[in-house]
Ligand binder design. Sequence first.
Ligand code: AP5
Ligand code: ZN
Length: 207
Amino acid sequence: MRIILLGAPGAGKGTQARFITEKFDIPQISTGDMLRAAVKEGTPLGLQAKDIMAAGKLVSDDLIIALVKDRIAQPDCANGFLFDGFPRTIPQAQALLDADVVIDYVLEIAVDDEEIVKRLSGRRVHEGSGRVYHVEYNPPKEEGKDDVTGEPLVQRGDDSEETVRKRLAVYHEQTEPLVGFYCELAERSPETAPVYRKVMGVGSMDD
Ligand code: AP5
Ligand code: ZN
């Protein structure tokens, strides 16, 4: 099973990825998590990505495409994978097609912008695992601590309201066109194109 989760920042891609990858026993490939790890480790990729991410802009297509191609060649991707936060531009989606990577489903999680600002201002994350919480909607068992390891939770550097609004603008301009891209693909080649489904992301996490 090969799945793309498409959705604005804070739509709940990481949250739903946990459920889906467990159900299908496939790895989650979050380009955002991979980039944050690179920034933390200070690798050459991290050094290039750091300021771009802090400003809420997108890292260059070439860097991302190379990162993803390398990741999906790993043995744990043999039975499929779930992309969280990739592709995010038309050139990234086109690169997948050009590399003959067949995708089964594209799931769009739709949430409106004001709800997203609320979600991201209350988000807390466990850096080591990428587990995601919300101070109100999905609080950890013990305040400020990860449920599994007990380690401290942190706020992401790009979750300030100002940066969230920039990320939303970038999403509407550069990522939302992928909806049209995949819908057209489905019309043009129904046999090989991924199935496209839009899911409202505003119910409870379990819904
Ligand atoms: P990335 O890490 O991908 O961030 P994003 O797309 O902005 O998405 P988020 O991780 O913020 O949100 P999410 O949809 O995962 O929501 P979550 O489940 O956490 O990318 C970060 C940066 O890296 C980019 O800005 C860019 O610079 C760079 N980058 C990454 N990929 C790239 C690419 N392909 N190309 C170029 N650059 C790239 O949920 C959010 C909050 O809401 C949580 O607190 C959660 O608990 C809560 N919540 C979730 N569901 C619900 C619900 N149903 N009800 C109530 N609360 C909920
Ligand atoms: Zn995420």
